[in-house]
Design a protein around this ligand. Structure first.
Ligand code: AMP
Ligand code: ZN
Length: 434
């Protein structure tokens, strides 16, 4: 923590395919966390890595016979598009692994010098977990019940198979053209070293927050701690936060199980980014969340209820009862990000505004939305209307001024046919995407 800035690292996507909404549960949780810190008047420096070299990206590129970066670029772009659709605030830095190979090599060299890492017969470099006394402190590993001395070349393995893990992987035939020269010969970095090297580069040797989905906790985060702390002798991260998984019929949503939806899949089925965001954030981050289409239907109803109220909301001094709901909302988000309770406060505000009038409540909605990021402020969106819709709205305003109701209705239908709906109020027309 530096002044009023929180330094935060988030494990990002492996860009070998489109991210699924399980991944986006992790990224929306991290977005809620960052927005809550900002809501409290702090600045955030967030770094999210892009894993653009690993077994899966190499396999993808080599199968298509194209350069690795040409292959991963497609999925990097898709990822940024998806973040926008879900209204996830951008991180300050998105370092790609392939742009930081020298930093990773330097860190591995340091670990070799310190005697906690060694080169194996094939030219790979491994971290010796028995040389780092703190190994297992995050995942609470009981070493007495472990086989020791084993080595694990794969990046992912479970707690029962703790062993020395790869920092640098020697080049293999299946890597094809992918590889970098190093003091140990041609090869490529392991997944874990990437996050230690890039987080420390951008956030310093000790920083405040490190996040990910719960599956990242072991071995990935345990290994990040070992690599960083063995190299620097300093505490690596002050606070770790992990979200529970998005599940489908009780099982983790994952590529390998094939039970996943990408954001694109759902958008093609007619759901909007904000409806999907609503579903993903509306559970406590440490609680399991089962994905179901009925939740999207509920989200649609809930959001239109909020929209209808916000449309009536005006600027001005907020009434006392509205301020009370904001207080409850603030307590909820600051209580370990209790978003379901925060939504309850928002719905209390809607209920009371519907009963007593929404005058002066707009700013309270705006404040709540700083954290939630799901409210549609029609007025603000007006500026983003396409030109043809703007022209039709202007024509319609003229028709209404001239009390030509038939023409006004005809124009409303024409606008509707283009996917927009117009509502009339004392302040004029409000146009929203259907
Ligand atoms: P990966 O691309 O597999 O490294 O995952 C990227 C991020 O998504 C990591 O933070 C994972 O922990 C997270 N993640 C993967 N699957 C899920 C899921 N079903 N629910 C929540 N988070 C997930
Ligand atoms: Zn990571």
């Amino acid at each position: 923590m530096d002044g009023r800035e929180v330094r935060m690292y988030t494990c990002g996507p492996t860009v070998y395919n489109y991210a699924h909404i399980g991944n986006f549960r992790a990224y929306t949780f991290e977005d809620i966390l960052r927005r809550t810190i900002e809501f409290n008047g702090w600045k955030v420096k967030q770094v999210m890595n892009l894993t653009d070299v690993d077994d899966k990206t190499i396999r993808g590129a080599n199968t298509l016979n194209i350069p690795l970066n040409a292959y991963t670029d497609t999925y990097k772009k898709a990822f940024f598009d998806d973040l926008k659709k879900l209204n996830i605030e951008p991180a300050e830095v998105y370092p790609a692994a392939t742009d930081h190979i020298p930093e990773m090599i330097a860190l591995v060299e340091k670990l070799v010098e310190k005697g906690v890492a060694y080169k194996s017969e094939d030219g790979s470099v491994y971290f010796n977990v028995r040389k780092f006394p703190g190994y297992g402190k995050l995942a609470h590993i009981d070493f007495d019940n472990q086989r020791t001395g084993a080595r694990c070349a794969a990046d992912e393995y479970d707690k029962e198979n703790v062993g020395d893990f790869a920092l640098w992987k020697a080049w293999e035939k299946s890597d094809g053209p992918v590889g970098w020269d190093s003091p140990w010969g041609r090869g490529r970095p392991g997944w874990h070293i990437e996050c230690s090297a890039m987080s420390m580069k951008y956030l310093g040797e000790t920083f405040d927050l490190h996040t990910g989905g719960i599956d990242n906790l072991f071995p990935h985060h345990e290994n990040e701690i070992a690599q960083a702390e063995a190299a620097t002798g300093k505490e690596f991260v002050k606070t770790w936060m992990h979200c529970a998984h998005l599940r489908v019929n009780g099982e983790k949503m994952s590529k390998s199980l094939g039970n996943f939806f990408t954001l694109r899949d759902l958008i093609e089925k007619g759901w909007s980014g904000r409806e999907i965001r609503y579903v993903l954030i509306n559970a406590h981050y440490r609680a399991g969340l089962n994905f179901a289409f009925s939740a999207l239907e509920d989200a649609r109803k809930a959001l239109s209820r909020i929209d209808a109220c916000v449309e009536k909301a005006t600027e001005g001094e907020a009434p006392e009862w509205a301020k009370k709901h904001l207080e409850v909302f603030t307590l909820a988000v600051n209580d370990d990000l209790n978003i379901p309770r925060a939504f309850a406060a928002l719905f209390e505000l809607v209920r009371e505004a519907n009963a007593k009038g929404a005058a002066g409540t707009l700013d309270v909605f705006r404040k709540m939305d700083k954290v939630l990021g799901v409210i549609f402020f029609g007025k603000a969106e007006k500026a983003e209307l396409p030109d043809d819709i703007k022209a039709l709205l202007a024509e319609r305003a003229e028709a209404r001024k001239a009390k030509n109701w038939a023409e006004s209705d005809r124009l409303r239908d024409e606008i509707a046919a283009k996917g927009w709906s117009v509502k009339d109020s004392k302040e004029g027309q409000t146009c929203t995407k259907k």
